[in-house]
Design a protein around this ligand. Sequence first.
Ligand SMILES: Cc1cc2nc3c(=O)[nH]c(=O)nc-3n(C[C@H](O)[C@H](O)[C@H](O)COP(=O)(O)OP(=O)(O)OC[C@H]3O[C@@H](n4cnc5c(N)ncnc54)[C@H](O)[C@@H]3O)c2cc1C
Ligand code: SF4
Length: 328
Amino acid sequence: MHLDPFELHRPTSVEEAVRLARELAGRCDYLAGGTDLLPNYKMHLNLRPHLIALGDVRELRGHSLDRVGAAEPLADLEADPEFRAAYPGVADALGEVATPLVRASGTLGGNLLVETRCFFFNQSYFWRSSLGFCLKADGDKCHVVPQKERCYATFSGDLAPAFLTLDAEVEVAGPSGRRRRPLSELYDAAGDGIRRLSLAPGELVVALHLPRAARGQRGRYKKLRVRPSFDFPELGVAVAGRWDERSVDRLSLAVGGVETYPRRFDELTSPLLGAPLTTDRVDELAEAVLRKVRPVHNTFLLPDYRRRMVAVYVRRALAEAREGGAAG
Ligand SMILES: Cc1cc2nc3c(=O)[nH]c(=O)nc-3n(C[C@H](O)[C@H](O)[C@H](O)COP(=O)(O)OP(=O)(O)OC[C@H]3O[C@@H](n4cnc5c(N)ncnc54)[C@H](O)[C@@H]3O)c2cc1C
Ligand code: SF4
């Protein structure tokens, strides 16, 4: 596998990056750490002739407890003890992304926007050509659910579920200016699986903002994967909240790695507010989440196994969050 030639652009401001993306509409991708995009390019997956590198845009770097720049390397977040202590679920997730080497280059923005995965998609051009390709790249049919005209590739980023539980907001810049909206709205659940983000063409993720109330909650992220050394998630469960032995004040739960987009389950967690978090209630919640998710057979582990493990991981995440207490 080789990397085809491309033209590299190196803007130094958000405005310049967005202007370039508008001029090169349909022929460019943003390049952050490149740890997802470039391996995909080597497999000739949706190649573009122009790459807009984000590494020189200062506004995209840096982090505090309130804001993380989109091009901030994951290793820099992981190395900050104050950040890890304030957001224990995110800290778990950071430690689970790929390997330390990948986390040294991989960024927050790239992780939130990581390409969805499927074993008919993450293959060489030669491998895919033998099957006549698929809807997501170069073809016109889906090999996983052939009777439907949409893509079911799996969202496999580790950080999105953890940040979703914290009510994070994403700041986006585009030709018509800047806007901020809940992170959950970055993922377009109504799309066809190929269009799976609500970003307009050329829009750039600038930063993630964390509300003051996100700090100091109990939190955990539990990940199921085949090889613990570096595999993508086959399932990721994040929980965050505030509770004591008498009552639940706040509880949020999000799941990734099983469907095309990461999903928060407020409709299942809100009935638990104001009452003690008993083992029975946790069991009911775990079974309810299991009934909601619909994995398909496009990753290594069988969908029924991944679905059943959802309940196991919800129980484990909540048990560990209970033991861990509130973060500092
Ligand atoms: C061996 C290996 C194992 C991996 N395991 C995991 C894993 O376990 N969990 C996991 O979550 N990931 C994993 N990854 C994927 C990837 O390394 C990480 O998700 C990483 O955080 C991606 O960040 P990046 O900066 O390298 O993204 P890039 O590859 O640079 O970009 C990814 C996508 O996001 C877009 N993009 C990037 N930044 C912006 C922005 N600011 N605005 C708009 N678009 C943007 C790019 O155009 C591209 O489409 C793995 C990768 C490898 C190679
Ligand atoms: S789910 Fe279907 S369309 Fe999507 S990548 Fe897999 S085979 Fe292709």
